[in-house]
Design a binder for this molecule. Structure first.
Ligand SMILES: Cc1cc2nc3c(=O)[nH]c(=O)nc-3n(C[C@H](O)[C@H](O)[C@H](O)COP(=O)(O)OP(=O)(O)OC[C@H]3O[C@@H](n4cnc5c(N)ncnc54)[C@H](O)[C@@H]3O)c2cc1C
Length: 434
């Protein structure tokens, strides 16, 4: 079946044939055109798209294989969603070792992008907690990969953008928790220097740290925002009802983007001032803490039919404060802003994948409505700043970085290409390597 391919950013729109995988023991379908594994399409740009080719939809590989509640070791097929793991594990006192800001990603997708979360400074990336997986190549070869067995294939596949083969199953180590609650604190900060101070002061005692910044503010308030830090709460004596996220939804795509300079300015002002006290303590359920956006189904539709572009970069520690100031003032001056601007400091645990994005430094992620050439020109200006200090842009969020930039951000790309399955390619890979 040919279908219009869309990633989470709904840009670009591609055409591919979709073939569903449902049996991990079966070989991959034969194809004359390149294939690409697909998870739950929560990547924003074109790394999960394959224009003119075939998408192997792995979501149908959705079985749990084994779970040991004593050790927290879980083995499951690669199409299992993080939300399904949480439903199984949290009532038994276990949690994901690392989770991105949505629980609707598959295990295979999380491995292929070596995803990170609010605990990167403590736990590293998702790949650090992968014990083993099976890699199925288009020639029918199956490789069992662990950090020590077929270790090169392990390193190429973790963060390998689905290009080395299809992950059919994986074993992961979960993390112990006492219950579903989080002890959280939100601090209001007035500018970027205050953010860096709070971040440095929090990393030792808090497992999770992240902040939202007002990317419209300028001058002395440049980079002001709300800093959130949290730990899993100890078992609570009062057994509160497990508060799931109430889900609202955007039922259709409006004809134009609802995000424009006026609505952005108003949102950023209101959001910054929604917290009147400088510090607020709260015990909160893990769902709204980790996945605030999951409570609005299809929130990506608010950007209208042209979609949006996400930009996530990392800049090295020594350049972090000045480069962040330059990035935020470029965005604020462009007036293009974002209502979702997230700033965090990564830790220094080396990532396990050859092409993993996380590395020491500060990372900033923002959404931009797709306004065509001016938006692309703004993102090029951001790239010049990131490239100038030796940083990188995250392929899972990208739809437009140049090949030259990709190759500078990921100098290991040539060594990595030796592991690319000759039958596999993606729109992203062709764009940055051809
Ligand atoms: C609201 C939101 C918040 C997010 N927050 C974060 C965050 O905090 N940190 C972060 O790191 N990311 C974040 N992301 C991005 C997301 O975590 C990644 O893009 C993730 O990889 C998506 O997983 P998926 O299952 O949807 O995979 P897809 O997007 O479908 O595919 C991602 C990649 O995985 C490959 N792939 C999929 N399945 C397999 C398989 N079985 N075998 C081999 N390769 C496979 C694909 O080829 C593709 O290259 C966020 C995304 C959203 C929408």
């Amino acid at each position: 079946m040919a279908a219009a391919g869309r990633s989470w950013g709904r840009y670009p729109v591609t055409t591919e044939k979709v073939v569903a995988l449902s049996d991990r023991h079966a070989s991959l379908p034969k194809s004359d055109v390149p294939v690409l594994p697909l998870g739950n399409a929560r990547s924003y740009g074109d790394s999960c798209l394959n224009d003119g080719g075939v998408l192997l939809a792995a979501r149908g590989l959705d079985h749990f294989i084994a779970f040991d509640p004593a050790s927290g070791t879980l083995t499951c097929e690669a199409g299992v969603l993080f939300s399904e793991i949480l439903d199984l594990a949290v009532p038994q006192g276990w949690f994901l070792p690392v989770t991105p800001g949505t629980r609707f990603v598959t295990v295979g997708g999380a491995i292929a992008n070596d995803v990170h979360g609010k605990n990167h400074h403590r736990a590293g990336t998702f790949g650090h907690h992968v014990l083993a997986f099976e890699l199925l190549r288009t020639d029918g070869t199956r490789l069992r990969c662990t950090p020590t067995e077929n270790a090169e294939w392990f390193a190429a596949t973790v963060g390998g953008l689905g290009l080395t083969g299809v992950v059919t199953w994986a074993a992961i180590q979960l993390r112990r928790i006492a219950g579903p609650w989080m002890s959280a604190e939100n601090h209001r900060f007035g500018n970027l220097s205050e953010f860096f101070e709070l971040s440095r002061a929090s990393d030792r005692d808090y497992e999770y740290t992240v902040s939202w910044i007002d990317c419209v503010a300028s001058g002395k308030a440049l980079g002001r925002g709300l800093f959130s830090r949290a730990n899993h709460a100890p078992a609570s004596p009062d057994s509160r009802p497990a508060a799931g996220n109430r889900t609202l939804g955007v039922p259709f795509t409006p004809p134009i983007s609802l995000i424009n300079p006026l609505s952005l300015r108003a949102f950023n002002q209101l959001y910054y001032h929604r917290q009147r006290k400088s510090v607020v303590h709260a015990t909160t359920h893990y769902q709204p803490f980790f996945y605030p956006l999951d409570s609005i189904a299809n929130w990506n539709r608010i950007y209208g039919p042209r979609g949006f572009l996400q930009y996530q970069c990392v800049v090295p520690p020594e350049a972090a404060e000045t480069a962040m100031a330059e990035l935020v003032s470029t965005i604020s001056a462009g007036g293009a802003g974002s209502f979702l601007a997230v700033l965090k400091q990564f830790g220094d645990k080396p990532s396990p994948g050859m092409l993993s994005f996380p590395r020491p430094g500060a990372t900033l992620a923002l959404d931009f409505p797709n306004g065509g050439a001016p938006t692309l020109a703004l993102l090029d200006r951001l790239d010049a700043i990131v490239d100038g200090v030796g940083g990188a842009v995250y392929p899972a969020k990208d739809a437009r970085m140049s090949g030259a930039h990709f190759r500078r951000y990921f100098p290991q790309w040539e060594a990595f290409s030796r592991f690319v399955d000759p039958g596999i390619s993606s729109s992203f890979w062709r764009r940055v390597t051809e």
